[in-house]
Design a protein. Structure first.
Length: 213
């Protein structure tokens, strides 16, 4: 018996946009609709990738340069897809991931100004042409996102300590990705109440992937 391949949805956006909360709500909706769902995150998702996550997320803002970050993310992603994401999709499960390759492009390519080409090359080396079925980019003005992140109290996240100009480049990076790949990407206004944002996300999933929620 052939098992239909699952669907891969990624949640992207800058600091404080509410990705984790919205991912949890969508996972619940998909399970209620009868789908098997795996939730995961990047960097992370496997024991080795979680160790790399600790290196990337903790410490001083200037701990790594852009190229070092890019290579660490690529190594974590290779293991994540190989050990977790690809097997789940082959089993027919839906995979919801908090950040994926677009975050690398936005943060390292745009935020740290490394450029698109190294990020594209690293992605191909790590996972080939593997891409999400749908990418939800939660968009919020930078000042609002940083304010939300500070209220959340995640002071150990080194990216939240970076300059506001960095975060503005990251936001523009995400929006540029959406402009380049409108079929895969959907920009969601994350400025409203949590239920309103979730409703917009569910509409996008229904319209783009043809699933009933």
């Amino acid at each position: 018996m052939n098992v239909p391949r699952g669907r891969f949805i990624t949640f992207e956006g800058g600091e404080g946009v509410g990705k984790s909360s919205q991912l949890t709500l969508l996972a619940e909706a998909l399970r209620n609709a009868g789908h098997a769902v795996v939730t995961t995150r990047e960097p992370g998702g496997t024991p080795g990738s979680e160790e790399i996550r600790a290196l990337l997320v903790n410490g001083e803002a200037g701990r790594w340069d852009a190229m070092s970050e890019l290579l660490l993310f690529a190594a974590a992603r290779h293991e994540h897809v190989r050990q977790n994401i690809a097997p789940a999709l082959a089993r027919g499960e839906w995979v919801l991931c908090d950040r994926f390759t677009d975050s690398t492009m936005a943060y390292q390519g745009y935020g740290h100004q490394l450029g698109r080409e190294p990020c594209v090359t690293a992605h191909k080396l790590a996972v080939g042409n593997f891409q999400p079925d749908l990418t939800l980019i939660l968009d919020l003005p930078v000042e609002d996102g940083v304010r939300r992140a500070k209220r959340r109290g995640d002071a150990g996240n080194r990216y939240e300590g970076m300059a506001v100009e960095f975060h503005r480049r990251v936001r523009e990076g995400f929006l540029e990705i959406a402009r380049r790949e409108p079929t895969r990407c959907c920009v969601i206004d994350a400025s409203g109440p949590l239920p309103d944002v979730q409703a917009a996300i569910r509409r996008a999933v229904v319209e783009r992937l043809g699933v009933a929620l």
